[in-house]
Design a protein around this ligand. Structure first.
Ligand SMILES: Nc1ncnc2c1ncn2[C@@H]1O[C@H](COP(=O)(O)OP(=O)(O)O)[C@@H](O)[C@H]1O
Ligand SMILES: O=C(O)C1=C[C@@H](OP(=O)(O)O)[C@@H](O)[C@H](O)C1
Ligand SMILES: [Mg+2]
Length: 187
């Protein structure tokens, strides 16, 4: 949706949604929310523990509920989890409630960035490269369905990626005017 007051980051694990999101939130004066952290806070358990005890279906149900709750608000920078686009209702919500940026990353870069990571349960399911390739195949079209803008995080640092993406957003993201100017009332 454009104009939109929320900025939403989607994309695969290791694309940089969480760490680029932090920098963009500061740059644009948005309230930073990370869907995974919000799920963990509400559940009192880690993402890995939720997968272990409730299965992926249990995690997805929690994820959908949290996305709906968080996106009732405005002025957010929402870093989603990589599977947030799986449910059609989630995709509709993301499109309706924000300007959606799809972060692109190659499987090679994912493998490098996540080499030491033990917190992502989907990466513990077998050969990491095969898992990531399979996820990329099935999910790339879903990210594309919701994206207003695509941004390749490529071979640059997270800090540089955030700076470059901010410049792109300055060009393309139309934010609604502050509510005071909409109503014509000045404090
Ligand atoms: N553009 C980048 N270049 C190098 N490392 C990155 C980049 N973006 C993210 N990282 C690193 O990759 C890891 C995963 O990033 P994260 O923001 O958690 O990804 P996501 O939330 O999309 O899964 C972190 O260690 C982060 O520092
Ligand atoms: O791709 C996925 O299905 C997942 C990605 C993770 O978030 P990040 O994309 O922030 O790593 C987290 O939500 C969970 O491990 C499942
Ligand atoms: Mg993340």
């Amino acid at each position: 949706m454009n104009p939109a007051s929320n900025l939403i980051l989607v994309g695969p694990m290791g694309a940089g949604k969480t760490c680029i999101g932090k920098r963009l939130a500061e740059r644009f004066g948005l309230r930073l929310l990370d869907a995974d952290r919000e799920i963990e806070q509400r559940t009192g358990a880690s993402v890995a523990a939720i997968f272990e005890h409730e299965g992926e279906a249990g995690f997805r149900a929690r994820e959908s509920a949290v996305l709906a709750e968080l996106l009732a608000d405005d002025g957010l920078l929402l870093a989603t989890g990589g599977g947030a686009v799986l449910a059609e209702d989630n995709r509709r919500l993301l499109r309706e409630r924000g300007y959606v940026v799809q972060l692109l990353v190659s499987v090679e870069q994912q493998l490098e960035r996540l080499a030491l990571d033990r917190s992502r349960p989907l990466l513990a399911r077998g050969d990491r490269e095969q898992v990531l390739q399979q996820l990329a195949l099935t999910r790339a079209p879903l990210y594309a369905q919701v994206a207003d803008l695509r941004f390749d995080t490529g071979a640059m640092s997270a800090a540089d990626a955030a700076l470059k993406l901010a410049l792109e957003l300055d060009l393309h993201w139309r934010r609604p005017p502050p509510s005071s100017s909409v109503s014509g009332v000045n404090a």
